[in-house]
Design a protein around this ligand. Structure first.
Ligand code: SDX
Length: 390
C-alpha cells in the first residue's frame, strides 16, 4: 500500500506533464481513473458518474450525482442555429469531418463563457461539452442519412438519449430504446472516457497551453483522434475483418502483417506491452451483448481467431502486441446498429470528458505554453546561392 507513485528518473525526464486524472502501467496492464480500476468502474458505475469522477476527482454522493445528471440533462440541447452549420457539408462527408467543424464552431455561439481565466466559464463549458457532444454526434449521423434531427429528451439517461437521437424518427412516436443496447453503449462510453496523455489528449493540452478557447481545443483533439493509428482504429478493425473475409484466410493475412504490408488493427499500443485492461472488459461486453441479442456474428468468430493466433505467434509475442480497446469495440457498435462511419465519432463523444478534464486540470494551476524541442538533423548554416548560380 503506497500513498504515492514513484517513477525512475529516466521516465520522469520524458514525462510531458503531471496529472492526477488517469494512471496507466503498460507492463502490468493497469488503468486507474482517479485511483479506481477501469474494470470496477465499467462493472459497477456508469458513464456520467465516471464523468463526475474525472472532472471532480471523487465519486459523487447520491445527491451530487442527481444534481450533476440534472445539470447535464438541461444542457443537452444545442442552439437551434447550429443546425445551419450542417447545410454546408456534403451529405456523404465523413461524420468526423462534420463533428470537427461543428465543435470548433461552438465558440461562435457560447462566447458568453470563453474566458479561460474564469473558473465559472471553464466549468460551465465543461458541462456544455459533455452534455452537447452526444446531440452533435447524433446530428452528424442524421445529416449523413438524410433524416430529421431528433431533439434530446429529459426523461432518458445519457446513453438512452444518444441512441434515441440516433435511431428514432418523428413518425415513430412510441420509439423505445432497447435497455440492453443502452447499457452496452454506456459501457463503451466509460471504456473510452480517458486514457492519460494519448495523442489526442496531448493535442488538447498543447492547444490549451496557448490559451485557445476550449471548443477549439476539443476540435483539435477530435482531429487528432481521427487518425487510423489512434481513434480511427475501431473503424479500421471492421474494414480489416471485412477484407480478411473468413477464418481460413487468416494465415495468409498474418503473413502480410509479418512482411509489414498491413498492420493487425486493434492490436499493439504505445504504452501497453500487456493486455489493455479495457480490451478484456470490451470482449466480455461483446459476448454479453451478442448473447442477449441472440446475434451470431461471424466477424466476432474471425476476431477471436485472429486474437488466438496472434497471442500464440512469436512475431506478436516478441513485440508485446496485444488487443487494445479498439479490437472488439467495433463488433459491439455494429450489434447496437451504429454504422462503421460513426465508430470514431463514438470514441470522440466518449473521450470529450477526458479531454476537457485534462484541459480543466491544466488551467487549474500555473502553466507554460507547450513548446516541444527537436533534434535538428538538417543542413549546417550556408550562404544563399543566387538563382543564376544554381
Ligand atoms: C488507441 O495512446 C493511447 O492511449 C491511445 C488509446 C487511447 O485510449 O487514447 O489507447 C487509443 O489509439 C489505441 C491504438 C489503436 N491503434 C491501432 O490499433 C492501430 C494498430 N496499432 C498500431 O498502429 C500500433 O500498435 C500503435 C500505433 C498503436 C503503436 O505503434 P508503435 O508504438 O510503433 O508500436 P510498437 O513500438 O509497440 O511496435 C513494435 C513493433 C514494430 O515492429 P518492428 O519494427 O519491431 O519490426 O510491432 C510492430 C511495429 O511495426 N507493430 C505492429 C502493430 N503494432 C506495432 N505490427 C503489426 N500490427 C500492429 N498493430
Amino acid at each position: 500500500a503506497k500513498d504515492h507513485f514513484t517513477f525512475d528518473p529516466g521516465f520522469m525526464a520524458t514525462a510531458a506533464c503531471e496529472s492526477k486524472i488517469t494512471y496507466i502501467d503498460g507492463d502490468q496492464g493497469i488503468l486507474l481513473h482517479r485511483g479506481y480500476p477501469i474494470a470496477q468502474l465499467a462493472d459497477q458505475s456508469d458513464y456520467l458518474e465516471v464523468c463526475y469522477l474525472l472532472l471532480n476527482g471523487e465519486l459523487p454522493t447520491s445527491e451530487q450525482k442527481e444534481e450533476f445528471v440534472k445539470l447535464v440533462t438541461n444542457h443537452t440541447m444545442v442552439h437551434d442555429q447550429i443546425r445551419k452549420f450542417f447545410d454546408g457539408f456534403r451529405r456523404d462527408a465523413h461524420p468526423m469531418a462534420v463533428m470537427c467543424g461543428v465543435v470548433g464552431a461552438l465558440s461562435a455561439f457560447y462566447h458568453d463563457a470563453l474566458d479561460v481565466n474564469n473558473v465559472d466559464h471553464r466549468n460551465i463549458t465543461a458541462i456544455r461539452l459533455v452534455a452537447k457532444i452526444p446531440t452533435i454526434a447524433a446530428m452528424c449521423y442524421k445529416y449523413s442519412v438524410g433524416q430529421p434531427f431528433m431533439y434530446p429528451r429529459n426523461d432518458l439517461n445519457y446513453a438512452e438519449n444518444f441512441l434515441y437521437m440516433m435511431f428514432a424518427v418523428p413518425a415513430d412516436v412510441d420509439y423505445k430504446v432497447n435497455p440492453i443496447l443502452a447499457k452496452a453503449m454506456d459501457r463503451i462510453f466509460t471504456l473510452h472516457a480517458d486514457h492519460e496523455q494519448n495523442a489526442s489528449t496531448s493535442t488538447v493540452r498543447l492547444a490549451g497551453s496557448t490559451g485557445a478557447n476550449p471548443y477549439a481545443c476539443i476540435a483539435a483533439g477530435i482531429a487528432a483522434l481521427w487518425g487510423p493509428a489512434h481513434g480511427g482504429a475501431n473503424e479500421a478493425v471492421l474494414k480489416m475483418l471485412d477484407e480478411i473475409g473468413s477464418v481460413d484466410k487468416v494465415p495468409e493475412f498474418m503473413e502480410k502483417v509479418k512482411t509489414k504490408e498491413v498492420k493487425l488493427m486493434g492490436f499493439g499500443h504505445r504504452v501497453y506491452k500487456n493486455f489493455d485492461p479495457r480490451a478484456k472488459v470490451m470482449k466480455e461486453t461483446c459476448d454479453e451483448v451478442l448473447a442477449a441479442l441472440g446475434i451470431n456474428d461471424p466477424q466476432l468468430e474471425l476476431a477471436m481467431k485472429l486474437e488466438e493466433i496472434a497471442l500464440n505467434d512469436p512475431y506478436f509475442v516478441d513485440r508485446k502486441l496485444y488487443p487494445n480497446v479498439d479490437f472488439y469495440s467495433g463488433i459491439i457498435l455494429k450489434a447496437i446498429g451504429i454504422p462503421t462511419s460513426m465508430f470514431t465519432v463514438i470514441f470522440a463523444l466518449a473521450r470529450t470528458v477526458g479531454w476537457i478534464s485534462h484541459w480543466l486540470e491544466m488551467h487549474s494551476s500555473a502553466y507554460k505554453i507547450g513548446r516541444p524541442r527537436q533534434l535538428y538533423t538538417g543542413s549546417l548554416q550556408r550562404d544563399f546561392t543566387p538563382l543564376d548560380k544554381r
